[in-house]
Design a protein around this ligand. Structure first.
Ligand code: FES
Ligand code: FES
Length: 152
């Protein structure tokens, strides 16, 4: 077992974990943060996307021990004082989802994308489509998701 200290959605956790434990399993099974789903477990779908020290990562490709000393934000930690971010609100208002399984990962990837483009002027549709290229959606055809991110 390896001891880790990781801040998740504003709370610091101290835990002993197996070195092979994936971050997604740590978040869901140990911390009970099931707002981040598992889709493929093979780094393809992006539904497990979280922020690790401010950068979007697929948490099924990161070991929990690699998050030691780091700060993780899941979709459950985006809102402040119960207030959704503009991105969350716009996803809801524009209904940029159908089953919603991909939505947490889409929102986390889009948040990272928009943060990286901040100050660069309006983001283009091509940049949004490329930026969300690692996140799969089996329902929507992507159109509403892309339009939502462009609107934000
Ligand atoms: Fe991580 Fe699909 S569950 S990329
Ligand atoms: Fe169903 Fe995207 S809304 S997978």
């Amino acid at each position: 077992m390896t001891h880790i200290s990781v801040k998740v959605d504003g709370t610091t956790y101290e835990d002993d974990v197996e070195p092979r434990l994936l971050l997604i399993h740590y978040l869901r099974d140990r911390l009970g943060l099931t707002g981040t789903p598992i889709g493929c477990d093979t780094s393809n779908c992006g539904t497990c996307t979280v922020e690790l020290d401010g950068t979007a990562v697929k948490s099924c490709t990161v070991l929990a021990v690699q998050a030691d000393g780091s700060e993780v934000t899941t979709v459950q930690g985006l809102a402040h004082d119960g207030e959704w971010t503009a991105l969350q609100r716009t996803f809801h208002e524009r209904h940029a989802l159908q089953c919603g399984y991909c939505t947490p990962g889409m929102i986390m990837a889009a948040a990272d994308l928009l943060a990286r483009h901040e100050g660069d002027g309006p983001i283009t549709e091509e940049e949004v489509r490329t930026g969300l290229g690692g996140n799969l959606c089996r329902c929507t055809g992507y159109k509403k998701i892309v339009k939502t991110v462009l609107a934000v």
